[in-house]
Structures are given as C-alpha cells and as structure tokens.
Unconditional design. Structure first.
Lengths: 287, 239
C-alpha cells in the first residue's frame, strides 16, 4: 500500500512538472526559442502572487487570477520588445539573452525580497486531503495535477481548434510564408509568450503553496521542465505531461528508498528514457 | 488607372545587380506575363513586390499607395497575393487549414466568412476531395493548386504567379490555365512568370521580358515573340 501511495504522489508531482514545462514547450514549438529564464520567470510569478496575497490579504487562487493578466503583459512585452530581436537563423543570441535575463531576474528578486525562503500561505487547503480508495491524497497535489490536465486540454484546443492556433502552427511551419498570408509573426510570437506566462502563473501558484521558494531556485525548476519536455518528445503536450509524471514518480520512488536519492533518481529516469528513445516518447513525425 | 506600378526599382545582392532600374505598370484587371532566362531576376522582382526583399532604390506603388517600405504582411492585406515556384504549403496543416490561415489573416475575414469563402475556393481549384488531408501528402499538381488556392484566399487584387505551370503534364497544365483564366475573368489582376509560353500567352494581354535584371521589352505577346532581340536572348536562337 505504501508503494501505491508513493507512486500516486509521484504522478501528482508530475502534474506540477508538466505545468512548469508546458509553457516552455509552447514557446519552443512555435518559435524554436529556448527560454533559459523560464524557471526564473516562474519564481518571479510566485513572488508576484505572494505580494498580492500579503498586500491585499487575498486567497492565493484569487491572487493568481489577479497575477494572470500581469504576467501575460510581461510575457507579451518581453517577447515583443526584446526576444523577437534575437530570433533568426543563429540559435545563440536567444540563448545568451535569456541566460542574461535569468541572472537579471534572480538578482532583482534578491534585491527586492532578500534570499529568505518564502511560501504562499494557502490556509487550511494545505492540509486538506481526500480518501481515494486505499490511499489518501492531499487536496493541493490533486488540484495541481488536475490543473495540469486542464491546461494541456486548453492548449490543445487552442492549437487545433482556433484561428490563433492555426496561425501558430502555420508560423511554426514557415514564418516567411505565413507573413505573406497576412500573419504578423512578431505579434503572434508575443501572444504565444504571453500565453506561456499565463501557464507559468498557474504553475507558480502551486509551486508557491506547495513548497518553499527563494530567488535562486529557478534554474533547478527549469531543468525539471526541460527533462519533461525532452522525455515527452519536443512539441507534444501530452508527451510533456507523461514526461513530468515519469520524473515525478522516479523522484518519489527514489526518495522512498533513500531520501537523498530523490533528485538523482529523477535525472537517472531522464537519462534512461533518452537511452531507449533518444527522440522522446512522442516525437513529431518530421522536424 | 494602374493597380501596381514600379518606378526605377533596383536591387543588388553583393556585386550582383539582380534588378536594374525596372519600371512598369499593371492596369487594374490586366494580365501581364513575365519571361526571361533563368537568373534574369524574375522571382526577385516578385520578392520586391511582396516585400520579402527590400528595394535599394525606386518606388513601388500599390493601389495608389507607396508600399516601398511596407512589410509583407501589410502588402498582403492591401491585396498582393503570390504563389511560389516551389510550392510552400504549411505542411503540417490540412489543405483547408492552409486556406483558413490565409483568409482569416490575409483577408481579415471572420471565422464564418472565411470558412464559406475557403470552401468556394476549394471548389474552384478542384481541391475539395483533399480538403482534410495534411498538405504534406499532396501531389505536385495538388500542391500547385493549393498555392493558387491559398493565394486566392487572401482575397488579392493582384495575383503574382511564379511558374505555376512548370513541371505539369499537358492536361494538368490545361486545367490549371482554365482555373487561372476564371480568376482573371472575375477581375483579379495577374502578373505571371512562366516558361510554358503557350499557357502564358493564352491568358496575358502583355509580355514583359527581363534579362540580367533589366526590362528589355514590354508589349503585346505577338510583338514581343516576333522581336529578334527577344528571340536571341530568350529562346537562344540566332536570327
């Protein structure tokens, strides 16, 4: 029974990693941009939620709702005014710029909030749990997982059922031709990054209420997100969820064997999948 | 009144003068053919008109508006539609989705209008049966038809056709020319680069000859085809 519980906890943790990764996957899929500041933007969103919670005394869920449009605007502007300039045939400029951005965000957060560990208080929700057959699951982990599924369903709907999604896919296919069809790539990319930041805010809500965070933890979250995206197969959102679950389960199982093995076993699972399926579990047919 | 006018347009790539002082105008409703040997700068001329390549000098007027500095997307929305010599469909989108992108953004239509219009275009271009197939699965003729259909979906005033009849069999070419003639009859102005002369001459009113980036002749097809200079340069015949 303890094992079933461990695995279930891992699956739910995987939902959190999938939330970290979905925005990264979205941006990479549309504009081939690897955003190295993704983890730091996540931590920034967590601080933003914390500020709104402490200043207005709001419930964290309401605070996240307030943070959503702010983060969308930040993502939109970041892409439109800075990152669009780095896109081109050379893949180095976006890496350098987002790496620099990562350092800037970390230091700005250190300056503003100090290096103390923080947590977004979620009140009684933190300790509430539901009996699920033979095991009991925490309400917050369950909500995290369900949110990840909802985000992925919503993103897939957006991608395959809407006009905006068609333009995303057309631009991802061939940006020059899309321009000739009247699609303005720069605005479109800005919207995509804005949407990615909305997903990041949802992830930040669960990151902030579930565990302690401080300004420097961004890059480590980025690595989990990368691993989930790569295991899943670049560009497949359901693959990203599965990737997150594999890492989550590996971490909880590793931790159950020996608490020191938690992080290590997640990375080992990642290497193992790469060894067997170098292109991920659901690779795109052509790339 | 000209719908499209180029005044002294020039473009160099390094030391190569690909477009030299090119001037011509296209009357609304006219069909103009462009011929010239490979490397004469025909496709570059199209890139200059669509805005994919910026002109070094000269002015491009579209519908009485100076578009010399306008980005491709604005020119598309103003009514410049083009097809590519090598078809460039959005390979992962279905045929219908390819058209919907063009209609929704290029022609700024609502989802509902775009859907209706695209269904008509599929009918006109003979692609109905492949509407839901991914564009990557089409044959060459179907890809060429998709190029034409997608350009039409942007609701162009001027349609730029880049060697759309190349590589097709006689019968396929005939059918495609029929479609183009129908588009022209509806009032769309056409500029058509083509090596398949009999196809071209059955549609256009005037021919423009380009060689080394320069306009060396423009006029009625029989007049152009009869000129010794054109025959020497273009057809390689010593007269």
């Amino acid at each position: 029974m303890i094992w079933l519980d461990t695995i279930l906890q891992g699956v739910l943790l995987g939902g959190l990693y999938a939330l970290f990764a979905a925005g990264l996957s979205l941006v990479f899929g549309i504009m081939r941009l690897v955003n190295l500041a993704h983890g730091d933007l996540l931590v920034m969103a967590a601080f933003l939620i914390l500020v709104i919670v402490t200043m207005f005394g709001l419930n964290p869920f309401l605070a996240a709702l307030v943070a959503l449009p702010i983060m969308f605007a930040i993502g939109w502007s970041l892409q439109y005014f800075i990152l669009n300039r780095t896109l081109g045939d050379d893949i180095l400029p976006p890496l350098l710029v987002t790496f620099g951005l990562s350092i800037v965000i970390q230091n700005a957060l250190l300056e503003g909030f100090s290096a103390d560990s923080r947590r977004v208080p979620a009140g009684t929700l933190e300790t509430m749990s539901l009996p699920l057959g033979p095991v009991t699951v925490g309400l917050m982990p369950l909500l995290t997982f369900l949110s990840a599924v909802a985000v992925i369903v919503a993103l897939n709907q957006l991608f395959y059922r809407s006009e905006l999604g068609r333009a995303f896919r057309a631009t991802s296919d061939d940006a020059v031709t899309a321009g000739l069809m009247g699609v303005e790539p720069h605005r479109l990319f800005a919207t995509a990054t804005g949407i990615a930041m909305v997903v990041v805010t949802i992830a930040a809500l669960y990151l902030g209420t579930r565990a302690n965070f401080d300004p420097t933890i961004g890059p480590a979250r980025l690595i989990y997100a990368f691993e989930a995206v790569i295991i899943g197969g670049l560009g497949s959102l359901w693959g990203t969820l599965l990737g997150g679950i594999i890492i989550g389960v590996a971490q909880t199982v590793g931790a159950a064997i020996n608490p020191e093995w938690q992080i290590l076993s997640g990375h080992l699972a990642f290497l193992l999948v790469l060894l067997i399926r170098p292109r991920g579990l659901f690779p795109r047919a052509v790339d | 009144m000209p719908i499209l006018e180029l005044r002294n347009v020039s473009k160099t790539f390094g030391a190569l003068k690909v477009t030299q002082d090119v001037s011509f105008s296209l009357a609304a409703g006219e069909a103009l053919g462009i011929i010239g040997p490979n490397g004469a700068g025909k496709s570059t001329l199209f890139n200059l008109i669509t805005g994919n390549v910026a002109a070094d000098a000269g002015t491009i007027l579209f519908d009485d508006r100076d578009v010399t500095k306008a980005p491709p997307m604005q020119r598309c929305m103003a009514g410049v539609g083009r097809t590519f010599q090598i078809p460039q469909p959005f390979a992962k989108l279905t045929v219908f989705e390819n058209l919907l992108v063009a209609a929704g953004f290029g022609a700024a239509q609502t989802e509902r209008d775009a859907t209706d219009r695209c269904a008509e275009i599929l009918e006109d271009t003979g692609l109905v049966k492949r509407a839901n197939a991914p564009a990557s699965t089409l044959s060459l003729l179907q890809r060429k038809r998709l190029e034409l259909a997608r350009a039409l979906a942007t609701d162009p005033k001027v349609l730029l056709l880049d060697e759309i009849a190349g590589g097709l069999t006689e019968g396929e070419c005939e059918a495609l020319v029929e479609t183009i003639r129908a588009v022209h009859a509806r009032g769309v102005s056409i500029v058509w680069i083509e090596h398949v002369l009999h196809a071209l001459n059955s549609v256009v009113q005037r021919l423009l000859v380009l060689d080394f980036g320069k306009v060396i002749g423009i006029g009625a097809p029989e007049e152009i085809m009869g000129s010794t200079e054109v025959r020497e340069i273009y057809l390689g015949i010593k007269v």
